[in-house]
Design a protein around this ligand. Structure first.
Ligand SMILES: Nc1ncnc2c1ncn2[C@@H]1O[C@H](COP(=O)(O)OP(=O)(O)OP(=O)(O)O)[C@@H](O)[C@H]1O
Ligand SMILES: [Mg+2]
Length: 385
């Protein structure tokens, strides 16, 4: 159960969202055991219930420890590293074993990663094939320095962020998205093979148009819910309010019949190009701060604040959707934030009832005193500070 003040915070930053907060429960990592993961040969950790601060020199293994938590929940690295890189150099496989406090009770989750990239889960000691349910069962929300790309040039990174968040809120979105991607690949294959018969293309175009209209509606709906929350978080972190917009410009009309017509009309163009140019895979998606493109407008600190607010808004949305507070992984969150924003960020985080893991080169940068557990990392080895 949440404390009244954290409930107020979530209500404040997510007032527009539906769902009962009374039922929201934090997910907690009670124990972690790692073997041959990155530079961690063997290590066991019993993290604190609230704030866990990992400090140590550059290259000591702080990010590796929280990356392991992310890998367990997301089946991928938040650093986008290939699976083979997760395994300690020279070892045949990596093993991760977690004790988790979930809504379902205290559960054990194990993961084996093999050099060929094969991964295998066990739940309560039994081989488990329901990994797709992990974003709901054991949700984690991550902030790490590479997330700065969310404000960068590539619209695809923002589209992926929206789509991944949609999947973590509503499993049915995953099916729509996969159907779209498969159909897109099939139609592009026709172009590659030089098959331009309209009779071959039309069934794919209908499927694309139908899935596209669902994807566009879902993304627009998510942005409508997300941005007021982002705005509210920024207002909490920042003294003055900043106007944030996430501009989404679909390349197809939302109506599926109109989208089908667009495919019909742009067929000759796409034939010349040799691929499907229009659709949710090509939509424009960019941030504006105070009416100007954030890419060139935002300072490094403002960009970081925007990304942080985005992640906290996603956190609130997921908490409401599934009645469980994700675990927060914050990798090197304090750099580029000025003293005042750092203080405000920690005030905000302290009001959330979730478990937080935060890395830093020096523990004094983390201005949190209550419910704090410090560990020091050197050569992958954790020691209480
Ligand atoms: N597969 C691997 N096998 C062995 N060592 C690895 C492997 N992958 C990464 N490392 C080592 O892990 C270290 C990096 O760890 P990590 O990124 O966690 O550092 P960090 O403490 O977060 O540093 P910083 O403060 O610079 O962010 C490097 O020394 C790197 O060589
Ligand atoms: Mg690091």
């Amino acid at each position: 159960m949440l404390k009244p003040e954290s409930e107020r915070f979530l209500l404040n930053i997510g007032a527009h969202l539906t769902g009962e907060l009374q039922d929201v429960e934090p997910v907690r990592v009670l124990g972690v055991h790692l073997k041959h993961f990155r530079n961690i040969s063997l290590g066991t950790w019993f993290p604190g219930e609230a704030f866990n601060v990992l400090s140590g020199a550059n290259g000591s293994g702080k990010t590796n420890w929280i990356e392991a938590l992310g890998v367990m929940s997301m089946r991928r690295s938040f650093r986008a590293a290939p699976r083979a890189d997760w395994i300690q150099a020279g070892a045949p496989l990596a093993e991760l074993s977690f004790k988790l406090k979930l809504r379902e009770g205290i559960k054990r989750l194990d993961l084996q990663i093999r050099a060929a990239g094969k991964i295998e889960y066990a739940f309560e000691g039994v081989r488990w094939h329901k990994e797709a349910s992990l974003p709901y069962l054991f949700p984690v929300e991550v902030f790490h320095p590479g997330d700065a790309a969310l404000i960068g040039d590539a619209d695809s990174i923002r589209r992926d962020f929206l789509d991944t968040l949609l999947v973590s809120i509503d499993p049915s979105f995953s099916r729509i998205h996969q159907r779209y991607q498969k159909t897109l690949a099939s139609r592009n294959r026709l172009f590659r093979l030089g098959r331009y018969e309209r009779v071959l293309h039309r069934p794919y175009e209908r499927l694309l148009a139908e899935s596209a209209s669902l994807i566009i509606a879902a993304r627009e709906g998510l942005i409508r819910n997300l941005i007021p929350t982002v705005q509210a978080v920024i207002a909490e972190l920042h003294a003055e309010p900043v106007e944030v917009r996430l501009c989404y410009v679909p390349t197809l009309p939302k109506d599926s019949e109109a989208a089908l017509k667009t495919y019909e009309q742009s067929f000759n163009d796409e034939k010349r190009l040799g691929f499907t140019r229009k659709g949710p895979h090509a939509d424009r998606c960019y941030f504006e701060l105070a009416g100007r493109g954030a890419r060139y407008q935002a300072s490094a600190g403002q960009a970081r604040m925007l990304v942080l607010a985005l992640k906290l808004a996603a956190f609130a949305l997921r908490a409401r959707a599934h009645g469980r507070l994700p675990v927060l992984l914050l990798d090197d969150v304090t750099s580029e934030l000025d003293e005042r924003k750092r203080q405000r960020l920690f005030e905000v985080l302290a009001r959330l009832e979730c478990q937080v893991f935060i890395t830093t080169t020096h523990p004094s940068y983390i201005q949190v005193s209550a419910q704090r557990a410090d560990v020091h990392v050197a050569h992958g080895v954790l020691a209480p500070l």
